[in-house]
Ligand binder design. Structure first.
Ligand code: GLC
Length: 557
């Protein structure tokens, strides 16, 4: 059985601070802007905010390159603003979790500046330095996630330093006990300030063994997470979620089984990776730039597998369709044109009906879509820009590269929040750091919330259902219609209460035959995106992207 924890019932909302709300007109979102918009989130009903990095940073990777872990980036505000945000959120029953980016720091962090200044620096060992290979080249052939080598030569010392992301993001050396010690002190400082936990950036890289080229899920990983838990958030009942691209249903319990005292839950990416194609030879992150259409059959099989893998107290799932690194949910898994509203609600229904903690990425609650800028100059993301250059060298045409960016570029998720139909979507009175998606005139918070058929109110209802009905939090999950190619249907059951959750991933009308125990059942319809359903017959005729949740009330005959 699952021992109950507060974060089982949480619904998390992710804010990408530079793109959420700009209060001072400098074109960049900020903490006062978030405070201004807290009522939007309170109305939605979410109970936790995950703030992407807000710390001092040269912004080479939009804040995932931190130069001071205990200072706020001036463009986002001050520590006072953060304290105010924590207090104002708390007044609305919302907790704040921060992004913990400790696989690497910025090269402008004083630790690295000192480390680089001399081989004898006290901080030299905070990072990973190696002698050149015999030919003077990099110590090994590893390719960075953001293109180029994972090794950068440092003229002054004649050694290379290691960086899995950009060269402005040197990897911290977790083999040096002083590193975890400094990180734990910093984490406790934030916990004492009132944050409720952490989203842990690339957590599965912390155990890396660089010399044996084992970078993900290295040998010391779990020991390190366990030690961190005991030294910091463990005794404080925090919510911790690890970003773990390498996790499998078999390894997930190592992170999140309660008795291991590591973290609350993992982000797994198997359903996301289903859309990745074959990588170009030797090219970084190849699969995502060769994306293929989503196969709904595989998608539901993967998600159901994860539901089963972590059921019964073996762990806990995080449920998400998108984040700041991924395309917009409705563009990737739904239909962002004709059926935008209905397919966005379908995706929400199918996600929030599963067992786990749901995560909503800013703008998802109004069905924001991917963006298509004509010029590469309009993009800001380092990964996207490096991809464009590097794949140009590999012979990809401009059109091919732009098509890949339209599909999977990270700026899809990062265009500013669309609040209203006024200039810049009401995000900023200045010039936004990244152009607002031109569809803001039609798709925006004001318009969606004014629409009785809007997406926001559907999310609101889903969140309320989860608060009111334990069956959605703790009920047993069973996949139905297992082999149906486009309909994702499952049952949740708790103490004899049975719910049917169903979503069609098809733009066509679709007929399904329900399993015997759902045929001729009288139901109460708790939520739908088309029209309410009551008594079920033997077959169901589904509208395009139809979705609903039904509770069995008795026999219809
Ligand atoms: C994670 C973040 C991503 C960042 C990378 C390096 O994957 O989500 O945005 O670029 O780590 O910190």
């Amino acid at each position: 059985m699952t021992e109950q924890r507060w974060w089982h019932r949480a619904v998390v909302y992710q804010i990408y601070p530079s793109s959420f709300m700009d209060a001072n007109g400098d074109g960049m979102g900020d903490l006062p802007g978030i405070i201004e918009r807290l009522d939007h989130l309170a109305d939605l009903g979410i109970t936790v905010i995950w703030l992407s990095p807000i710390f001092a940073s040269p912004m080479d990777d939009n804040g995932y390159d931190i130069s001071d872990y205990q200072a706020i980036a001036p463009q986002f505000g001050t520590l006072d603003d953060l304290d105010r945000l924590i207090a104002e959120a708390d007044r609305r029953g919302i907790k704040i979790i921060l992004d913990l980016v400790v696989n690497h720091s910025s090269d402008e962090h004083p630790w690295f500046v000192d480390a680089k200044s001399s081989k004898d620096s006290d901080y030299r060992d905070f990072y990973i330095w190696r002698e050149p290979a015999a030919d003077g080249g990099p110590p090994s052939e590893l390719t960075s996630y953001f293109s180029g080598s994972m090794w950068e030569f440092d003229e002054a010392s004649g050694e290379y330093y290691f960086h899995q992301f950009s060269k402005k993001q040197p990897d911290l050396n977790w083999d040096n006990p002083a590193v975890p010690e400094a990180v734990h002190t910093m984490m406790n400082w934030w916990l004492d300030r009132g944050v409720a936990g952490f989203r842990m950036d690339v957590l599965d890289l912390l155990g890396k063994d660089v010399d044996n080229q084992q970078l993900t899920a290295g040998p010391k990983l779990h020991d390190r997470i366990h030690t961190m838990n005991r030294a910091t958030y463990g005794p404080r009942d925090a919510l911790t979620v690890g970003e773990t691209w390498s996790v499998t249903p078999e390894t997930a319990p190592l992170y999140c089984a309660p008795e291991r005292d590591e973290i609350s839950m993992v982000f797994q990416f198997e359903h996301i990776s289903l859309t990745f194609g074959e990588p170009e030879d030797g090219a970084p992150n190849g699969g995502k730039w060769n994306a293929k259409p989503v196969d709904p059959l595989k998608l539901k099989q993967v998600l159901a597998k994860w539901q089963h893998a972590l059921a019964g107290g073996r762990g806990w799932n995080s449920l998400f369709w998108n984040n700041h690194d991924l395309p917009r949910a409705v563009s990737e898994f739904g239909d962002d044109s004709e059926h935008r509203i209905r397919s966005a609600k379908m995706l929400a229904t199918i996600l929030h009906g599963q067992q786990g903690t749901p995560y909503i990425y800013q703008g998802e609650e109004i069905g924001m879509t991917n963006v298509r800028f004509d010029a590469i100059e309009d993009y800001r993301d380092i990964e996207t820009l490096n991809f464009y250059n590097e794949y140009g060298d590999l012979g990809w045409t401009h059109a091919q590269r732009m098509a890949a960016i339209y599909r999977n570029g990270r700026d899809n998720a990062r265009t500013p929040m669309q609040w209203s139909a006024t200039d810049n979507g009401g995000f900023s009175t200045g010039t936004p750091w990244l152009t607002v998606n031109p569809n803001y005139r039609d798709i925006n918070v004001a318009a969606d919330r004014a629409d009785p058929d809007g997406i926001f109110q559907h999310y609101q209802k889903l969140i309320q259902l989860r608060k009111d009905h334990d069956v959605l939090v703790y009920g047993r999950f069973t996949l139905l219609l297992e082999d149906h190619p486009t309909v994702f249907a499952y049952e949740r059951e708790l103490n004899g209460e049975r719910w049917l959750v169903l979503g069609s991933f098809s733009a066509e009308r679709t007929q399904v035959h329900l399993p015997a125990h759902w045929q001729n059942t009288l139901c109460q319809c708790l939520i739908h995106n088309t029209s309410a359903r009551g008594a079920l017959g033997q077959t169901l005729d589904l509208a395009p992207y139809e979705a609903f949740m039904l509770r069995a009330e008795g026999n219809a005959e």
